[in-house]
Design a binder for this molecule. Structure first.
Ligand code: GDP
Ligand code: MN
Length: 441
């Protein structure tokens, strides 16, 4: 449960930030500081013609049949090489002089929390993650933590977490309401069991664990409705047993705030197509009913890539299955609270695919971002060296730099060569990333 103190302190951080940015935008209105755009930017509604063009793109594979047949080897090779080339460029951090350093009055003052859904039994694994994140980033910024659990956190769990952190640090321990976690009564159990057996026979991972379905539904929509997150604008998700290998010497949340980013990621993959067999077609039904939610600058090519894993595209009826790997993600929760996202979640909930299939929160979030967000507001934290088995985002450092531990090999995406084809980063680099984004480092 959350104390009033915690809510009050989150609320006051929120007010402070808001007034800072309001005054900032007033004072810079007449300058050339066009890169500080505000979330309230007027949105010009799509014309019917634009809508038709986008709907048409959503029905069309990125590569036509001739390209797909004749050049698939070349395209895949080019993708592998592009990824290696980009990751081999030595980088440190985004090249802006407005980065908020430790000690700056705004350092640690974004309206943000680090978030983890975790079980009592995973205490030592989450401690390992926290120790690394504190060491590399958060001991300089002091952002609060929010832990969520479908069961009550044990006293041991809470004590061990608090013992890791400075006394003044805000930590929320949240018990999730059963309705936000458990399989809803609207799910037909007979249909659920049949569906799960079928998917298990197709080797869909975790499909027999109802808790995994619960988790995916929770991280798609229910998590940001929890009271503890009400006053936060950003949440950085972490998991047990992940690794951070390089120091981060600027406030990443303030970076997102100042550069108007709604989503930050490190890894970008293909998914198991059987787990989302009807998600694309259901999603198309939703956007046809609500075309005004589409974004003029959506990441449509990335959603429609059909050559690197053509099976995925075919099985899902037209979705590459490319998705941001959500075990690391920084969400601007205002995007999730927005009408397009909320309505999309209501629609998906009614379809039941979190249970009748095994829709992951990662493809769900990624489809919403790809369709409803301006792709220039999605940021690849290429400087964050991050590992969740079996994938790594490992940047290269300039000679002599000691920013990184050297515990990962730059550009080495996975220890398993056969998994390289699961990397969708090259498609993002080619089609999702704007010029402004690619010049940031
Ligand atoms: P994977 O990364 O897809 O293999 O899935 P994980 O097992 O890592 O689960 C994703 C996240 O959800 C992690 O942060 C887990 O700690 C959390 N999680 C998964 N299942 C449960 C559960 O039943 N209860 C709670 N409280 N957390 C869970
Ligand atoms: Mn995991």
């Amino acid at each position: 449960t959350i104390s009033d103190d915690h809510l009050a302190s989150a609320r006051s951080a929120y007010e402070q930030m808001k007034s800072y940015f309001d005054s900032y935008s007033d004072s810079t209105q007449d300058t050339t500081s066009a890169d500080i755009s505000k979330p309230e930017d007027a949105v010009i509604p799509l014309t019917q013609e634009e809508i038709d063009t986008i709907l048409d793109r959503l029905e069309t594979p990125l590569y036509n049949a001739t390209m797909a047949e004749e050049y698939s080897k070349e395209i895949i090779n080019e993708n592998m090489n592009l990824y290696k080339k980009v990751l081999s460029q030595p980088i440190i951090e985004p090249q802006f002089d407005d980065l908020i350093r430790p000690g700056h009055p705004l350092a640690g003052k974004a309206n943000a929390t680090i978030l983890s859904l975790v079980q009592n039994q995973d205490i030592s694994s989450i401690i390992s993650t926290i120790e690394q994140l504190e060491d590399k980033f958060n001991n300089k910024f002091g952002y609060p933590y929010t832990f969520m659990n479908d069961a009550e956190f044990s006293d041991t769990f809470k004590k061990e977490i608090l013992a890791l952190l400075p006394k003044e640090r805000i930590v929320h321990f949240v018990k999730i309401r059963p309705d936000d976690w458990n399989k809803p009564a609207s799910i037909d159990n007979v249909k659920y069991i049949e569906a799960v057996d079928k998917l298990a026979s197709e080797d869909v991972q975790y499909v027999k664990k109802v808790s995994y379905h619960n988790m995916c539904r929770f991280y798609s929509s229910k998590f940001y409705h929890q009271e503890a997150l009400t006053y936060y604008k950003y949440a950085w998700r972490i998991e047990p047993d992940v690794n951070f290998y390089c120091n981060i010497d600027y406030d990443m949340f303030q970076f997102m705030e100042m550069h108007d980013k709604i989503y930050g990621f490190t890894l970008n993959l293909y998914d198991s197509p059987q787990s989302v067999r009807s998600l694309w077609n259901d999603t198309l039904e939703f956007v046809k009913e609500n075309p005004q939610y589409l974004n003029r600058d959506g990441a449509y090519e990335w959603l429609k890539e059909n050559v690197q894993n053509p099976e995925n595209y075919n099985i899902t009826g037209g979705y590459s299955t490319c998705h941001f790997w959500t075990n690391f993600e920084i969400n601007n929760l205002d995007f999730l609270r927005s009408e397009p996202y909320e309505k999309y979640m209501d629609f998906l909930e009614k379809k039941g695919g979190f249970y009748y299939e095994r829709w992951g929160d990662a493809p769900v979030r990624s489809l919403a971002l790809g369709l409803f967000a301006d792709k220039s507001k999605i940021h690849w934290f290429r400087d964050v060296a991050y590992h969740h088995f079996p994938y790594t985002n490992c940047p290269s450092s300039p000679p002599g730099s000691n920013r990184c531990d050297k515990k990962c090999i730059p550009g080495k995406f996975s220890p398993y060569d056969n998994l390289y084809v699961q990397n969708c980063m090259a498609t993002w680099l080619k089609y999702g990333m704007t010029d402004e984004e690619s010049k940031m480092y």
